[in-house]
Design a protein around this ligand. Structure first.
Ligand code: G3I
Ligand code: 9MR
Ligand code: ZN
Length: 530
């Protein structure tokens, strides 16, 4: 009996899924506080689900709105975990999901006051060697990507973009009291946290030509150690056009975000963005591949067209200049990869263009039509899925991100076409990540009745306790680590998940998996503005 384990706001749609064969035809909603049954509903909608290879039924209890703690009870099929109904049910998970970025900070001490048992001294501050040269540069700072301590421009860009779009839609959600080192300084903690990342990104730009280095890591992944114990030579990998274009896009967003509060900083962002664009104007595509002696995250790509598309859109939005508009329009007429993924970023470009001051209605309408048609496909897929998500049978590495990225597409579509279905199904995608799924797990550490205890996250492994508020990658049917191969063979796609520290292909955490979680919570107005 599965549902969103964290709970629901009073006015939301509330559905429960019953897995497997079921004799019951009715379910009850029981108040855990008083023991009384507050609602009885019908179990219906029997169906087979290819992603889970199970039969399911469902029930609706949206009419239960009184704040409190409840559980779903059946005569034969057992009962659900308890969950809450209330206005503030998402507040704590949101705060910790946001604080994850602070906990990933590199190059600075995390104090025990703020970081508890995961505190650590400064890490990764030695100068990094530029690959293939003897030159060393300072690239300290930024966020560790994931369960490893690499810092990757392409990966970071998705995370920053999600956070800035979230802030743009719902500033009130990000207070100055979210428990980071700048809290209480009179500035939104979101602006402080993202600035920390942009400051690192500046260092990744080659000051002579404007190109942006792809990543900085050691040659291979470390053992299970705290960050300050990874002391091998840091290596900066060569400039890539994907990193450079992502950088240009994100810096243009930075300009718009900071221009009201800190014009000097905003201008620095814009200058860096323009310089990166100048590099792109003369650089052929250089899709990054790991050199043979570097084993860390590759973040390669098959095309940089969507990254250039995004950069053009953001620079046009930030400046209104014709040259960026022309570049963007050129790409609109070609096939550009859609998505809010680290590798397929076209929808960030679409989002920017839809908000830009463009008088070119033909181009605007093309972009709008793309987003709306994607949203309609997502709704169709969600209606065909027992859990209301749109992955179909495709569960790849980081499937929880893909699920939430589709929620972001629906939210974006709603901003140009106010179809209430878009928001309703976006919320179901979030409900899935919070427990309404075939594993019966809330995929955010420390939240819900049952959640991952053993994420592939080095500080959590070393301290034998998972930092709360981290979204794990989730089911991955491609079985891409030894443990997944050993334990998940033959499993249904949506059930290829292991709560084991060694299962990095299903149970790692990542900044760009938490960022769509933060963005979905805020952009659906589940926290902050009410
Ligand atoms: O998109 C294809 C799909 O079309 C294909 O049919 C399917 C078949 O397996 O694969 C899909 O591609 C997958 C791709 O992610 C996109 O989802 C690949 O199998 C999969 O190997 C690839 O995984 C990436 C993984 O690194 C390995 O390269 C993840 O996206 C990416 O998030 C992950 O990133 C790592 C960094 O390298 C290191 N730091 C941690 C981070 C998170 O685990
Ligand atoms: O810890 C690494 C994780 O961050 C990566 O996502 C993953 C895939 O690139 O690799 C992990 O490192 C493993 C390595 O690839 C193989 N040996 C075991 C490592 C885990 O300790
Ligand atoms: Zn570090």
């Amino acid at each position: 009996v599965v549902l969103n384990q964290i709970g629901y706001k009073p006015e939301e749609t509330k559905t429960v899924v019953f897995r497997g064969a079921i004799e019951d035809t009715k379910f009850s909603v029981v108040s855990v506080d008083t023991g009384t049954t507050v609602y009885e509903g019908n179990i219906s909608n029997s169906r087979y689900d290819a992603a889970t290879q199970e039969n399911t039924c469902s029930g609706d209890f949206s009419s239960v709105k009184t704040p409190g703690t409840y559980k779903i009870v059946t005569t034969h099929a057992g009962e659900s975990y308890s969950f809450k109904i209330g206005e503030d049910v998402y507040q704590n998970v949101f705060t910790d999901a946001f604080k994850m970025f602070y906990m990933q900070r590199c190059g600075q001490e995390l104090t025990s006051t703020l970081a508890g048992k995961w505190s650590h001294p400064t890490c990764h501050t030695t100068k990094a060697k530029i690959y293939g040269t003897n030159e060393t540069i300072d690239v300290s700072g930024g966020w560790h990507d994931a369960g490893d301590y690499g810092r990757y421009v392409v990966a970071t860009s998705k995370a920053v973009a999600d956070l800035l779009l979230a802030y743009g839609d719902n500033k009130a959600a990000f207070t100055d009291q979210m428990g980071i080192s700048e809290s209480g300084n009179g500035v939104s903690d979101l602006l402080d946290e993202v600035k920390n990342q942009l400051d690192w990104m500046f260092k990744m730009q080659n000051q002579t030509n404007g190109g942006v280095y792809h990543k900085v890591t050691c040659a291979s992944f470390p053992g299970y150690v705290m960050p300050q114990e990874e002391t091998g030579q840091l290596i900066v990998c060569p400039i890539s056009t994907t990193a450079t274009a992502d950088f240009a896009a994100v810096m243009a967003m930075g300009y718009e975000t900071y221009k009201d509060s800190d014009l000097a900083y905003a201008n620095k962002c814009l200058a860096a963005a323009k310089k990166a664009w100048s590099y792109l104007e003369q650089a052929p595509s250089s899709n990054f591949k790991n050199p043979s002696d570097i084993e860390t995250g590759e973040y390669g790509d098959t095309s940089d067209r969507d990254e250039r598309y995004w950069a053009a859109a953001q620079l046009f939005k930030a400046t209104g200049e014709a040259k960026y508009h022309e570049a963007f329009k050129n790409y609109v007429n070609q096939k550009v990869e859609i998505g809010f993924d680290w590798g397929g970023v076209g929808n960030y470009g679409n989002t920017a263009y839809l908000k830009a001051a463009s008088t070119d209605t033909a181009t605007y309408n093309k972009v709008k039509a793309s987003i709306v048609s994607q949203a309609n496909d997502i709704v169709t897929a969600a209606k065909n899925d027992s859990y209301g998500v749109s992955n179909g049978v495709n569960y790849y590495w980081g499937s929880n991100m893909s699920t939430l990225n589709n929620a972001l597409t629906l939210i974006t579509a709603y901003s140009v076409e106010a179809n209430a279905d878009y928001l309703k199904w976006a919320k179901e995608h979030l409900n899935y990540c919070l427990g309404k799924n075939a594993i019966g797990l809330c995929y955010v550490t420390g939240y819900g009745a049952t959640s991952p205890k053993n994420p592939h996250h080095r500080p959590s492994i070393v301290q034998k306790a998972a930092i709360p508020g981290m979204l794990v990658g989730g089911p991955n049917a491609s079985l891409e680590d030894t443990y997944a191969k050993a334990y998940l063979k033959g499993m249904a796609p949506a059930k290829c998940y292991l709560d084991h520290i060694e299962s990095y292909s299903t149970n790692e955490v990542d900044i760009y998996w938490n960022s769509p979680l933060v963005a979905t919570l805020t952009r659906l107005d589940l926290v902050g503005k009410v």
